[in-house]
Design a protein around this ligand. Structure first.
Ligand SMILES: [Zn+2]
Length: 70
């Protein structure tokens, strides 16, 4: 997870904000973000990064339920 230079746009479809974070494409698409195009890295604005973190959290929960059922 890296910081992003100023002037890079968010990679989410239809989003016009400036990106603040970059991450691997796979992680972003796993989190359900709709991306403009496939590339190795994607760039997220503040809002979408927050959305990404939220999605990851709920996915972790599902994962835990799947692997440790009790
Ligand atoms: Zn965005």
């Amino acid at each position: 997870m890296g910081k992003v230079d100023k002037g890079i746009d968010c990679s989410v479809e239809g989003c016009l904000n400036k990106a603040v974070r970059s991450l691997a494409f796979k992680k972003a698409s796993e989190a359900g973000l709709k991306l403009k195009k496939e590339s190795r890295r994607v760039y997220l604005c503040e809002d979408h990064y927050r959305e990404f973190k939220k999605a990851r959290r709920s996915m972790d929960k599902i994962e835990r339920m799947r692997w440790k059922p009790w």
